[in-house]
Ligand binder design. Structure first.
Ligand SMILES: O=C(O)C(=O)CO
Length: 327
């Protein structure tokens, strides 16, 4: 590559709360000439012809018609993570732009987080911590009881790569596992983890002590869990969401939690993110919220970055794109 100009790749920004990690930059700059959004806007005339890829780190920069129109030589958008609900696939396809994501490298960590939320909620870890560090509460009252995972029923809604890894972990916890997929029953995976397929989501909701959501957000899964579905759940059940906030009707969830229609919720995702500080979900004791950290480990974020580099390189040289999303 010596002597050759590196491909120009647009990133939103480097560093800060939402930017490309600073410790990824050295690697990225070996392969690309990174152009931040600020640089692009300051020198649009020259750069718009040059930029051939967008490195979309956690949904930034926003890809809209205006941006696509202004980048005539754009070949590929590499989006971090598995979810692609922040992108308009028809729009990308209408500009002949390819898309990739990083589905496989995020699955282990996301599954770990699902199980962490299930344990934290069932054993009341957050409440327990607050009590243990508080100077003025009575320590370990007699009624401090949680619920055990062993022997409990876990219902996984969406047994894709992440859901399957949750099932593998749940098996080690000696849970009974049910799952529901909208489109596809996978008999091989099902028998590997001893999971029982529920053709109807209602059956799963009805029987589960823990309902874990690991579906993609699509028009079909938008508010998949609403008032009716929450009412089908056991009053002792916990809802765990590691997919997208909008898979759940959040107002219905607040009501269900306030009225003890279900016991608890543990959510890595909400809408919006973060929730406004006065949101009722933040006031409920039977709720645990984490700030969308499914893939947030150092190793996985590094692998995501490396996956994205490979996809951009393939997209720019006409090779098959690893993790290409069909548009
Ligand atoms: O990969 C994704 O889309 C995630 O949201 C991980 O938490």
């Amino acid at each position: 590559m010596e002597g050759q100009e590196l491909p120009y790749v647009l990133v939103d920004c480097i560093g800060g709360k939402h930017g490309v990690y600073e410790d990824h930059v050295e690697f990225l700059e070996k392969h690309f000439r990174l152009i931040t959004m600020k640089e692009y806007l300051e020198n649009k005339k020259f750069l718009s012809e040059k930029i051939r890829a967008v490195y979309m780190w956690y949904h930034k920069p926003v890809i809209n018609k205006e941006l696509l129109q202004s980048l005539p030589n754009l070949k590929i958008v590499a989006s971090s993570g598995v979810g692609i609900d922040h992108l308009d696939l028809n729009l990308l396809s209408s500009y002949g732009v390819k898309l990739s994501n990083t589905p496989f490298v995020v699955s282990t960590d996301s599954a770990d987080l699902g199980v962490a939320l299930m344990l934290a909620s069932s054993r009341r870890l957050v409440e327990g911590h607050q009590m243990a560090v508080s100077p003025d509460t009575e320590y370990f009252p007699a009624d401090w009881l949680g619920a055990e995972l062993s022997g409990a029923t876990l219902g996984i809604v969406g047994m894709g790569t992440i859901g399957y890894k949750v099932a593998e972990r749940a098996k080690a916890f000696e849970m009974k596992i049910l799952y529901h997929n909208r489109n596809q029953r996978n008999k091989e995976e099902e028998s590997a983890v001893g999971a029982i397929y529920c053709k109807k989501i209602d059956d799963l909701l009805h029987q589960s002590d823990f309902v874990l959501l690991s579906v993609n957000l699509t028009p079909q899964t938008h508010k998949l869990i609403g008032k009716r579905e929450l009412e089908l759940m056991k009053p002792t059940a916990t809802l765990i969401n590691i997919s997208r906030g909008l898979v759940v009707d959040q107002d219905a969830l607040v009501e269900a939690l306030q009225n003890k229609v279900i016991k608890a919720a543990a959510l890595d995702v909400t809408y919006p993110e973060p929730l406004p500080r006065d949101h009722p979900l933040l006031k409920l004791k039977n709720v645990i919220i984490t700030p969308h950290i499914g893939s947030a480990t150092k190793k996985t974020r590094r692998l995501m970055m490396e996956n994205m580099v490979e996809s951009i390189q393939a997209g720019l040289t006409g090779l098959p794109i690893p993790n290409e999303v069909s548009l």
